[in-house]
Design a protein around this ligand. Structure first.
Ligand code: NAD
Length: 231
């Protein structure tokens, strides 16, 4: 099974690459880190050229499983939003996943099998004050997931989105700093009083890719230590 993971070199993406069984095709920006993988593609998903380059790589490599994990975060008050920031975040977090799916689907259809997993965020389910672009981009993944799941159901292709809460990664830690909170303050807001680990997200992805999950499609699954049900 050929598995392509974006944002493969650190955080949640790295844990997903470790957890899944198959040939990993890693995508990222840092060539030194990507060299740890046998198969990789260097592509900056904030540019149309990078997105198209990775799309062509997907077409060339018979990808059975696509994990759209790469993502960026932006913390700005509404009155401070600027067009380049809006465009960048929507491009990396929403446009790139949709385009990459479009390039993966033709081969999956010929096989009558495919698994597409998007890494969303609880901020796309609940909304996050000060993170309107990020919340919008991650909510977009949920709508996209439902539409594609319907469209691709008859071809044996499932499409799902996993929405982590706070995860202990570079992004998790820097977003806490951007918001001006301490880790303790954030923990206090989480019902389970703990961060989700990258390996927990990877375990959910592993399940969604498995034969057992063939009936799970179009879903938006919150893996958030209880955040989605209240504070
Ligand atoms: P991270 O910052 O450690 O990793 C993000 C990965 O995406 C990195 O490998 C990075 O190189 C890649 N990436 C970012 N911008 C890119 C670009 N322009 N082109 C190509 N690759 C790019 O963060 P993480 O926590 O591992 O995040 C993984 C996913 O999980 C993201 O989609 C993020 O939105 C989501 N998420 C994270 C948290 C959290 O608390 N950490 C919570 C909810 C959702």
């Amino acid at each position: 099974m050929n598995i392509l993971v974006t944002g493969a070199t650190r955080g949640i993406g790295k844990a997903i690459c470790r957890a899944l069984d198959g040939n990993i095709y890693a995508a990222g920006r840092n060539e030194n880190l990507l060299k740890a993988f046998q198969n990789y593609c260097i592509a900056d998903l904030s540019t149309p050229e990078g997105i198209e380059k990775l799309g062509a790589y997907i077409e060339d490599n018979k990808i059975d499983v696509l994990v759209n994990n790469a993502g960026e975060y932006n913390y700005s008050a509404a009155e401070n939003l600027v067009l380049p920031d809006i465009e960048r975040l929507i491009r990396v977090n929403l446009e790139a996943p949709l385009y990459l799916i479009s390039k993966a689907v033709p081969y999956m259809k010929t096989q009558g099998f495919g698994r597409i997993v998007n890494i969303g965020s609880i901020s796309g389910v609940m909304g996050e004050a000060g993170a309107s672009i990020y919340s919008a981009s991650k909510s977009g993944l949920i709508g996209m997931t439902k539409a594609l799941a319907l469209e691709l159901a008859e071809f044996g292709i499932t499409v799902n989105t996993v929405n982590p809460g706070w995860v202990d990664t570079e992004m998790g830690n820097s977003s806490i700093e951007d918001e001006g909170f301490t880790k303790e303050e954030v923990l206090d807001c989480i019902p389970q009083k703990r961060f989700v680990s990258p390996s927990e997200v990877a375990g959910m992805v592993k399940y969604l890719v498995s034969e057992d999950a063939k009936g799970v499609t179009g879903q938006s699954i919150n893996l958030c230590a209880g955040l989605s049900v209240g504070c």
